[in-house]
Design a protein around this ligand. Sequence first.
Ligand code: NAP
Length: 230
Amino acid sequence: MRYLITGANRGIGLEFVKQLVANGDTIFATARNREAATELNELAKTGQVFPIELDVTDVDSVAQAREVVGAKTDAIDVLINNAGAFFDRNEKLATFNPDAMRKTFETNTIGTMNVTKAFADLLNAGNNPRLVNISSNLGSLTTLGRNRSGDYSYNASKAALNMLTRMLSYDLPDVTVICVHPGWVQTDMGGSRAAITPEASVEGLLGLIGRLTPADTNSFFGWTGEDWAW
Ligand SMILES: NC(=O)c1ccc[n+]([C@@H]2O[C@H](COP(=O)([O-])OP(=O)(O)OC[C@H]3O[C@@H](n4cnc5c(N)ncnc54)[C@H](OP(=O)(O)O)[C@@H]3O)[C@@H](O)[C@H]2O)c1
């Protein structure tokens, strides 16, 4: 299968690339700084990985990446909008910084739209095409809990991403559109005390992606494939 994965130079994105290489898939793996993406460039030696420079917040960069990918393939089967950022840790009402919220939405929410818009035609041409937005339990209005305050920017950006997932499922009727909570994962973002390894998260997510059918569109799943409450 042909995958496009954003933010693939480290963390969960890089782990996707590693496991997909082992599966024999082709991966267009994006990084903001392609030259510095050492592990991706190493994986490119397999001939299955094409590192592509892409900043999800920059429409020119996205358009350029679309051209590069379009020169190599006429279709993508799975687009994983994985790139994400958590700028303002422990953000409280008293410390709220509008610039941090803007930056967070630019990456997690608007960035996802930029990429999806640019690659929608390639995705529509895919085989059983699937669009997977990497969201978070922190974007769930239901499971976040009533007494958890703070982290306004990150949590709201993921809640908005969940809404975009729903809207995109209507706009892309031939694509299975879902969002997922990848678990609390040991990455730069999740920290070393997180509950699960990137290997376990991605293993679960790839199992889920492999089982998806068009009937699953407009759903929110956890990393082991269970339904997650919006
Ligand atoms: N780890 C967790 O516990 C957890 C839990 C729930 C959800 N998630 C979500 O899972 C996804 C991956 O997270 P992670 O834990 O792997 O985080 P990570 O280790 O911090 O990696 C984030 C990735 O996103 C890329 N990125 C950030 N801003 C970007 C931009 N403007 N354009 C393109 N790429 C950009 C980073 O690239 P650079 O190297 O250039 O910065 C990096 O490749 C995110 O969407 C995150 O919100 C993570």
